[in-house]
Unconditional design. Structure first.
Length: 337
């Protein structure tokens, strides 16, 4: 009888091995790696592959199961997932119970609670079971929001403390791997609830695109995300350099307009995003950034731009400054340069 693993199991194991041996290698502190396990096919296949890799690399594999307590019987589901992870080779498994609340809808609130719970164990690296299909859905969501290349660049394979080894592996492979491993994944009812946007993308939009465009859509979207991510990283590097050059020497919180004006608009707007977020501005939209950019490229003496947090970006004497109502603004008696 052949000792070779099923091709689907082998493919998942290969993806995890290459990830741990590659960019994630420097983040395996203390000889331990955590795996977020929901009980679904993606996370169970990931847990088995990570445990397999751990045995060959001397890594301790710790399974983390989050109980959102949003459905009846959730505690039992979480315990079953923890036991499944142990049966697949994890060295330990623990259930983290959370309270889901807050703004942004149930999906966003559950995500915040889940990630907060995973971070509470102070991990060096947590592996997540996001697949090629999840990446495709993320790209489509970003496209629908119309918030630019950054939101369409998808998820990073390594975004410490998060690791996503399966972004090039289709969901069909993780499902086949679970079948081969003789484990029965949990079918989350929320994953079939059409009230959730991502569910409709998965069940309606992507199958339609696959049909109309003759297949390969998920892979094409994932490749597009990778290309956009590379472009975004290059532009971010240029923006960091522009930010450093445009800071006023005696006032590091102010930017020189002349230096900014010589740069392409795409680089300027990334520079503004970094400058504003570094100074505590949150929830920036494309409209905010374009309005601040207009203070540079379409200057005609207009007033400042109000931003989230009751802050104002204002131009005077050839400089951009960020002020609050409680503080004075140098040169505020004039509207022009």
């Amino acid at each position: 009888m052949s000792s070779r693993p099923h091709p689907a199991v082998a493919r998942v194991r290969l993806a995890v091995r290459e990830f741990l041996d590659g960019e994630a290698a420097s983040h395996l502190e203390g000889g331990e790696v955590c795996v977020a396990v929901s009980g679904g096919a993606d996370s169970l296949a990931l847990a088995e592959a990570t445990a397999y890799a751990g045995r060959h690399r001397g890594l301790r594999v710790r399974a983390l199961v989050v109980d959102h307590r949003l459905q009846a019987g959730s505690a039992e589901v979480a315990e079953t997932a923890a036991k499944a992870a142990l049966s697949l080779g994890a060295d330990s498994a623990e259930v983290l119970t959370v309270e889901v609340s807050g703004s942004g809808g149930p999906e966003a609130a559950a995500r915040r609670a889940r990630y907060g719970a995973l971070l509470s164990v102070d991990p060096a690296l947590v592996l997540l079971g996001h697949t090629l299909d999840d990446q495709a859905e993320t790209v489509l969501l970003g496209l629908g929001r119309g918030s630019g290349a950054r939101s369409m660049a998808g998820m990073r394979a390594l975004d410490p403390p998060w690791g996503r080894p399966l972004l090039a592996v289709p969901r069909s492979i993780t499902q086949a791997a679970c079948t081969a491993l003789d484990v029965r994944p949990w079918q989350d009812p929320h994953n079939a609830d059409p009230r959730f946007t991502r569910v409709r993308l998965r069940a309606e939009v992507l199958p339609l695109l696959e049909d109309v465009l003759s297949g390969g859509v998920a892979g094409a979207l994932a490749r597009t995300a990778a290309q956009l991510r590379e472009d975004t990283e290059a532009l971010d590097t240029l923006a960091d350099e522009l930010l450093a050059r445009s800071r006023v020497p005696e006032r590091a919180d102010q930017l020189d307009v002349t230096t900014l004006a010589a740069a392409p608009a795409a680089v300027r707007r990334r520079t503004f995003r970094r400058w504003l977020t570094d100074n505590g501005v949150r929830d920036l939209s494309d409209g905010h950034l374009r309005a601040v950019d207009a203070l540079v490229h379409s200057w005609h003496g207009q007033g400042g731009v109000w931003l989230p947090g009751k802050l104002e970006a204002k131009r005077a004497h050839g400089r951009l400054s960020l002020i609050s109502p409680d503080h004075g603004f140098p040169g505020s008696t004039t509207r022009g340069d």
